[in-house]
Design a protein around this ligand. Sequence first.
Ligand code: FE2
Length: 453
Amino acid sequence: MTDRPIPGELVRAAIPAGTTEGYMPGFGNDFETEALPGALPRGRNSPQRCAYGLYGEQLSGTAFTAPAHRNERTWCYRIRPSVRHTGRFRRIDLPYWKTAPHIVDDVISLGQYRWDPVPHSSEALTWLTGMRTMTTAGDVNTQTGMASHIYLVTASMTDAYFCSADSELLVVPQQGRLRFCTELGIIDLAPKEIAIIPRGLVYRVELVEGPARGFVCENYGPKFELPGRGPIGANCMANRRDFKTPVAAFEDREVPSTVTVKWCGQFHRCEIGHSPLDVVAWHGNYAPCKYDLGNYCPVGAVLFDHPDPSIFTVLTAPSGLAGTANIDFVLFRERWSVAENTFRPPWYHKNVMSELMGNIYGQYDAKPKGFVPGGMSLHNMMLPHGPDREAFDRATQAELRPEKLDNTMSFMFETRFPQHLTEFAAREAPLQDDYIDCWATLEKRFDGTPEGR
Ligand code: FE2
């Protein structure tokens, strides 16, 4: 016999054998976990009566008929069915959280843009009120595209829960620590880690160490998956075993609570009388996870030239057009630079994809100054960009010994859709007006001689 859980107390499944934390390893695995023994039906999903008086419920992350290798769903065994975690919704306004399509008439998105870190305010801001949309792309109504956000969190959500029907969220912390208490378990998240919160999952976000700031990619389209490695083979880049999904955890709390749902860009709220985090056991492959970016094994050039930055893709979300992602999440981390007779930084380029970058810590090799931790930059569809003058001089004049790029971690949200600036990004966030000047002194070096000037 097991002790009965104490009402109101958080009950978490046993820590899996071989691990020291409450997580199960693997990306997209078919997991099973129970916070009370015997809560999970064996060999079936929908018994006539579930153990402990629980309700069985399926959460479908893909269409029922999606191909087997893409089909994702999770069976939950919960204190109340989800329909009891909703009520009559009323529309609320979260004015800084924008959704595509969102094109502001007098804001020009055609340009190379860079921002200093968005400062914290003295106001208490939660995961919902502290979300600041920088760009939107595509159209949430057709489940294409994305939004990029900065979050500024100085307060926990208390008896308040959130669910996005619009999107999967990729969370990239830069400062502070957050705890995501979700229907399927608890994720603690710190800088150098990322989390993926699936579409439709109910959760609250607590501030563990503040203030907290970071980046969010809101993916309106099909889920993030690991990129195919092609000739690289079965290893390196992000390995499946390093992703961690939380064990089941539930709370039996009967207190007035709110649930906010994001649906087609609008926010709606209802009141309920209890915590919706009441899943005692679950099994399936549609679940949140986290990943330590320190485990990312970069692969690169070992003799001359260097590949496209896609070589550093951590996760990719497909768009339906082969090889053309709705979103690639690309990581530029510590690595060795060894290529001979090579211009080693990213080359000058124009790209049909739109590139939004953020700095988690350290110095990015193409921009030694100005692109600082917590800061962002945007190089939109077909806008030329590349190393600034200082990086060009260094790259073309340095003696090319093997060099460790240390203390550096930046990332890119790259999408096939053009990104539109929000009013916040254009007018309130600390935009660097002089960013384009970082290329201004790249003078003509051509003088008709093979050596140039
Ligand atoms: Fe680029």
